[in-house]
Ligand binder design. Sequence first.
Ligand SMILES: [Zn+2]
Ligand SMILES: [Zn+2]
Ligand SMILES: [Zn+2]
Length: 238
Amino acid sequence: MIACGCEVCTSPDEKDKRLRSSILVKSRETTLVVDTTPDFRTQMLREQVKKLDAVIFTHPHKDHIAGLDDIRAFNYFQQSPVKVYANELTIQALKREFLYAFSDKKYPGLPEIDLHPIDQEPFMVGDLPVIPITVYHLRMPVLGFRFGKFTYITDANHIEPGEKKKIAGSDTLVINALRKEPHVSHYTLPEAVALAEELRIPRVYFTHISHQLGTHAAVSAELKNGMQLAYDGLTLHF
Ligand SMILES: [Zn+2]
Ligand SMILES: [Zn+2]
Ligand SMILES: [Zn+2]
């Protein structure tokens, strides 16, 4: 966190250097990211991503959409628009925040977006089947996504029983856990642990971690088998 001198923010451990939350999902044919954070450019450069077919958005908060302009490099090298999948709430925000990209007057160098509205219905991105899961971030509906046996949920603190059923049966769940103390719109670590246990998920990673949670090493030592803190650059194979 900017201007913070706490133990986490000054830690020399690379796993305590946390950029904003996002994932890249790659299959044989398709590469997509879930959310374009303000750190999207840094993340794409770090991971040397050479191709991006699509962006799927969870919700319109700035820490999840701000990096969208930087898809321009992929437009340039791929000579095509990048597909963007978002619900109506997020589409409205994208059109506000990136007005120039949606204007009728196009000029060279604009981010080129091929917009696909999504809602509750499963959809395909190339060869990747995607199941949207509606979760709640206080009162805001946010989309989580299930890809086969892998489910990614960020920015939530409530999930209705019917949506929980869509998560059950996953063998890996990434779920937000902001800190230990209560928060108005994010799961705490104990709440996220309880949800994972309720759904009997064998492998769980916590993401969207605040510096207030503690260091990677200290919190990792407290976690039960099968539960881990996610960290920047973590790669999972399926
Ligand atoms: Zn701090
Ligand atoms: Zn949010
Ligand atoms: Zn967020």
